[in-house]
Design a protein around this ligand. Structure first.
Ligand SMILES: NC(=O)c1ccc[n+]([C@@H]2O[C@H](COP(=O)([O-])OP(=O)(O)OC[C@H]3O[C@@H](n4cnc5c(N)ncnc54)[C@H](O)[C@@H]3O)[C@@H](O)[C@H]2O)c1
Ligand SMILES: N[C@H](CO)Cc1c[nH]c[nH+]1
Ligand SMILES: [Zn+2]
Length: 427
């Protein structure tokens, strides 16, 4: 199930296997492109057909009522509510540190220059709900949107075949103060909110994680709307030395693998004895896991133990993968941080397990996957704002530099640009 590779011998083959790419396989691309096109051209009719096909639900009503949200909040276990409230406070507090201010300054000659930071007006938060339900993802998406000051925040998540949304998700919506929840999932939901349909209002940004269909749909609609990142099937890389605990490592690898048969989990270590112990522990423990089939498939397809020559080489291999999550189970974990260039989130030391970040610590768990941590960042307040440049010249200030500006336009051969300045110099 967890094959052991030696980087020195299998380097080239491993590069191919481990480097995850944003180019999803062509079967998935065809399916997603077709769904996007159908919803774009046929609107609600296609949306409802796909909802019936993929969720088994024939919907008369696409939205959850306010009453359902209130009653879910009242009925959910009070201990769970408390944890959700505490987690939401932690997440909000973290995101408050990301707030950017507008700025203005006096440029040469006293002109006023600046940048306004303003919130997006309409955001869709996608909360996955195919194989499991993710109230934690609702909290993770809502907090930065709220902190940014987004005016209209709507959530969508797949309902069950009876048209019901998981009550824990509805309770999380109440915790975050969100009252618009749709029952739609998959690429068809992404299409509906990206293009708009008769019943679904187009949004400005779509954020949130999802399976490969959701992640690819977000990628394809980018440009019609903004997106946060490609946050697809979960991934973890563990870098470990001989001091690490094999049980910790195995359960952290299982934790990501249990999300999806397309998830991935890789251990990189210079210790052959640790590699053998992890493989043995995985074999022993998998039988007791409720999601053993999903874990087994994910590890079979995208699981590996890679033996390297040193911890430094482990960092290089990890960078090659650019994982969503990177755990450092080594003697001096902080020392490795400068050698890590590409990871969505880094977990320092063997007690900072990824589950802590998934639910509770505060940093966002919506993270880039498929190697896109090379250029995407975790979901943040920055995703929910945009920037507008401000330029203010008086007549006198324009007269001081107008000739130079008009000359620049002349060099570009753009006469109207030049005249637009000269006409003011003569006025
Ligand atoms: N990267 C992150 O930040 C992050 C965070 C949390 C969860 N995740 C990931 O989110 C995903 C959740 O996946 P999920 O499936 O449980 O829920 P989901 O809501 O992402 O996907 C369910 C929907 O996928 C669509 N779908 C399923 N099979 C299809 C098919 N054959 N053809 C077309 N559409 C199909 C259906 O519309 C279905 O309703 C997992 O991959 C998990 O690892 C990622
Ligand atoms: N590990 C997921 C991100 O890949 C987030 C999550 C939510 N619930 C449990 N885990
Ligand atoms: Zn998780």
């Amino acid at each position: 199930m967890l094959k052991i590779f030696c980087f020195a011998q299998d380097g080239e083959a491993l590069k191919k296997q481990l480097s995850r790419s944003v180019s999803f396989d062509s079967g998935v691309q065809d399916v997603v492109n077709d769904i996007l096109e159908q919803v774009r051209t046929r609107g609600d009719a296609a949306l409802l057909e796909y909802t019936e096909r993929f969720q088994g639900a024939r919907l008369n009503e696409m939205m959850v009522s306010g009453e359902e949200i209130r009653s879910a909040y009242e009925q959910v276990d009070s201990g769970f509510l408390e944890v959700m409230h505490e987690a939401y406070r932690n997440i909000t507090r973290f995101h408050q540190h990301e707030v950017e201010n507008s700025f203005f300054y006096e440029g040469a000659g006293g002109v006023i220059l600046g940048q306004r930071v303003t919130p997006m007006q309409r955001a869709l938060l996608y909360v996955p709900g195919g194989m499991a339900s993710y109230p934690s993802s609702l909290l993770m998406n809502a907090a930065p949107a709220k902190v940014a000051g987004v005016r209209d925040i709507v959530v969508t998540t797949p309902c069950d075949p009876d048209g019901r949304v998981n009550p824990h998700i509805l309770a999380a919506a109440a915790v975050a103060g969100i009252d618009s929840v749709y029952k739609l999932g998959g690429a068809q939901a992404i299409a509906a909110f990206a293009y708009g349909t008769e019943s679904i209002p187009k949004v400005d940004i779509i954020t949130g994680p999802g399976n490969k269909y959701v992640a690819l749909a977000k990628k394809q609609v980018f440009g019609h709307v903004s997106i946060d990142s490609i946050a697809g099937p979960s991934e973890v890389v563990v870098i470990a030395d001989e001091t690490a605990n094999p049980d910790f490592i195995v359960l952290d690898m299982f934790a990501q693998a249990e999300h999806d048969a397309d998830a991935s989990a890789v251990l990189i270590t210079p210790s052959e004895s640790l590699a053998a112990a992890v493989r043995e522990t995985a074999r022993r423990r998998i039988g007791s896991m409720l999601r053993k089939d999903i874990i087994g498939s994910a590890l079979e397809k995208n699981g590996a133990i890679v033996i390297v020559q040193s911890i430094e080489e482990a960092c290089l291999v990890s960078d090659m993968i650019a994982p969503e999550h990177l755990e450092l189970h080594v003697d001096r974990p902080w020392d490795l941080l400068p050698s890590i260039n590409h990871a969505g989130a880094v977990f320092i030391g063997s007690y900072s397990c990824e589950t802590v970040g998934d639910y509770f610590a505060g940093p966002n768990h919506t993270l880039p996957t498929n190697g896109t941590a090379r250029f995407f960042s975790p979901l943040s307040v920055r995703d929910f704002v945009k920037h507008t440049s401000i330029i203010s010249y008086s007549k006198k200030q324009l007269q001081e530099c107008g000739k130079k500006i008009a000359a620049f336009a002349d060099y570009e051969g753009l006469q109207a640009h030049a005249e637009a300045v000269r006409v003011r110099l003569d006025s």
